[in-house]
Write a protein that binds this ligand. Structure first.
Ligand SMILES: [Zn+2]
Ligand SMILES: [Zn+2]
Length: 173
């Protein structure tokens, strides 16, 4: 996601962008993004610096890691970066996506790319084991029924005498 800085006068400018999540390099395993990535805030332009202060927000779609119910998680985070303008020619190999909140920008740059910053916020906000609720009972491992909605008789098997033997063995350890 790019913010154009070409022909911007010195001063404060509002930023209000809707980005396509497909244009970002985001995790795709067990998660999808169907809402635009909103970026709102301001850009302060001066002769030597460009300061970006924005809040990004989007929604991520998961499946509950226990019961597989679809869930939506709101993701948001603040991004603040100071871009120092320079006449120095920046080699392409230079890593401009360092975690630091200061980056170097040459005077010929026409747009600031916030993609890596946004990707970082999203990646850090994704839960490892998303759950529909903290006390989700999950699926029965034997019959597959959703235990939040129904109960099954599978649990009774835990009273099977063989379980008592196993429990006794575990206690001994
Ligand atoms: Zn669940
Ligand atoms: Zn069951």
């Amino acid at each position: 996601m790019h913010i154009s800085i070409e022909d911007l006068d010195d001063g404060v400018h509002d930023i209000n962008l809707d980005g396509d999540p497909d244009s970002l390099d985001l995790p795709r395993e067990n998660v999808s993004f169907s809402t635009p990535v909103k970026v709102e805030g301001r850009l302060t332009v001066s002769e030597n610096n460009v300061i970006v202060q924005v809040r990004m927000a989007t929604d991520a779609d998961f499946e509950c890691s226990r019961c597989l119910k679809p869930i939506k998680e709101h993701i948001s985070g603040d991004i603040a970066v100071l871009y120092e303008r320079t006449d120095r020619v920046i080699p392409e190999t230079e890593d401009l996506t360092a975690a630091d909140d200061i980056e170097v920008l040459d005077y010929h740059t026409k747009a600031i790319d916030l993609s890596h910053r946004i990707e970082e916020v999203i990646q850090l906000s994704i839960p490892l084991n998303p759950m529909c609720s903290e006390d989700c009972k999950g699926l029965c491992s034997i019959c597959g029924i959703n235990l939040n909605e129904k109960t099954c008789d599978c649990k009774l098997e835990k009273d099977d005498p063989r379980w008592h033997v196993l429990k006794a063995l575990l206690k001994e350890e």
